[in-house]
Design a protein around this ligand. Structure first.
Ligand code: DWN
Ligand code: SAH
Ligand code: ZN
Length: 412
């Protein structure tokens, strides 16, 4: 793979090394009706690089933000009950451990439909969301959650300070890794946060992706795949340090990063422990990620040959959960409606659409069964516990799940 001229690390001044390409890919969340989808040919090369200087894993190219986040954004946080419960625990931890003073303000970016902030609303704790995708932002506003419909950056931070004053806590989940202009975001955090304030955010963790081979965390929106090394590097430039890290089971393995102004809090032992683990795992080493790329190729071969075998044997195969992640799998592996008849999903806005770039119909849960297909590819593998609990009848009737991480396998 040749390196495009001028690809600079978005965090430091290094020149990232290309490590793997997933080929030409559409916008991951562009679930559109079949006719529109067929006419919509936008694609970009989904290729990953690793900065030899700061160790950050990142996309070489990312589409413009307005192509991904707009008034028809397809992902609603509230579609997972387990995530809603997870965010209630996240909120309670922020309240109990980090909110000080009389009338603290909590700011969340990427607040989506307001699932996390709803907890602060319930406790009468001042809160503001920042969410550029107008349709999901409206869902939050409709439940009374103050939401600024814009992209967060330093300018947005100035506007929030002018209206609401400084914040005690800046929180985020699954959005920091979406933002290429991260220095403007951290500059904004610096303006927004009081002297004693806390930053706490979660994102899919590079350590888990590397260990499991879960390459579907790479798609247009995820411009970064963070490790402690990269988070520490970007925040250090703005006078913040990691004071704690807490691994999470969500999204197939995430990390919660807790930061404060340098010197304000004593870092926990976990920070040192995970930094050391990352060194042992060679998480910042481009050569290690090239090995990962070879594993992706093997995984692709295994999944495609399994699906072809099942088709040859006359079995019916469906997909379960039309996730953003599935777009990477389907396009990389070249899987279309010939191998997977349909994908069942609970999100109303996705119904009547097809998967981006591969044209598999997305249908409501009722179409999954009964009668059930023989096999179901678990594209929502990060929600496996929640989904299995709901779909016991499928398995009881002889249905089998197909999992693809850490290995492609059929499970009951
Ligand atoms: O980072 C991101 C995360 C938070 O959410 C975003 N960039 C986009 C999105 O990623 P995703 O689409 O891969 O997220 P999920 O949570 O893995 O996908 C949920 C999808 O699965 C929704 O479309 C709903 C569907 N689903 C379902 O059909 N039945 C989910 C559950 C739990 C179910 O039981
Ligand atoms: N926090 C939610 C939603 C994650 S999806 C959860 O964990 O479920 C990512 C969200 O970030 C989308 O709703 C998207 O519109 C929003 N987003 C993208 N860029 C942003 C930016 N610069 N500032 C604030 N939100 C952003
Ligand atoms: Zn770098």
């Amino acid at each position: 793979m040749s390196e495009p001229a001028g690809h600079r690390c978005r965090i430091c001044t290094g020149t990232p090394v290309p490590v793997h390409s997933f080929g030409m890919q559409p916008i991951a969340n562009a679930f559109r009706p079949a006719a529109v989808s067929a006419a919509d040919t936008y694609r970009f090369e989904l290729a990953v690089s690793v900065c030899p200087q700061c160790g950050t894993v990142q996309l070489i190219d990312q589409p413009d933000r307005e192509q991904m986040f707009h008034g028809e954004y397809a992902f609603f946080t509230g579609t997972s009950r387990a995530m809603t419960e997870h965010f209630a625990r996240f909120a309670a931890w922020v309240r109990d451990e980090h909110l000080r003073g009389d009338d603290p303000l909590v700011v969340e970016i990427g607040s989506n439909d307001g699932t996390l902030l709803a907890n602060f609303q319930q406790w009468n704790i001042r809160h503001v969301g920042v969410e550029p995708s107008a349709n999901v932002a409206r869902a939050a506003q409709a439940r009374g959650i103050p939401t600024e419909v814009r992209f967060f950056d330093a300018d947005a931070a100035r506007a929030i300070v002018a209206t609401h004053g400084q914040a005690s806590a800046f929180i985020a989940a699954n959005v920091m890794c979406h933002i290429p202009y991260l220095h403007s975001v951290v500059e904004g955090i610096d303006l927004l946060l009081g002297e004693d304030g806390i930053v706490a955010f979660e994102d899919p963790y590079a350590g888990d992706v590397l260990a499991k081979g879960s390459y579907d965390q790479f798609y247009d929106e995820h411009v970064f795949l963070f490790s402690l090394h990269s988070v520490a590097a970007v925040f250090a430039r703005h006078g913040f340090e990691l004071v704690d890290v807490q691994p999470q089971m969500t999204h197939g393995g995430s990390m919660r990063y807790v930061l404060a102004r340098t010197g304000k809090r004593t870092p926990t032992a976990a920070v040192r422990e995970y930094l050391d683990r990352e060194v042992a795992q060679r998480i910042t080493d481009p050569a290690r990620w090239k090995e990962f790329g070879r594993r992706c190729e093997a995984s692709k071969q295994a999944l495609v040959s399994l699906l072809r075998d099942l088709k040859a044997a006359g079995k019916t195969v469906a997909g379960y959960a039309a996730t953003s992640k599935s777009t990477t799998i389907l396009n990389y592996c070249g899987i279309g409606p010939d191998l997977i008849a349909f994908i069942s999903d609970t999100t109303p806005i996705k119904h009547g659409t097809v998967t981006p770039g591969t044209g598999i119909p997305v249908v409501p849960r009722a179409a999954f069964g009964p009668p059930y297909p023989d096999y179901a590819v678990l594209f929502g593998w990060n929600h496996e516990t929640e989904i299995r609990a709901k779909e016991q009848e499928f398995v009881a009737g002889g249905g089998r799940w197909i999992r693809f991480f850490p290995d492609v396998e059929i499970v009951s």
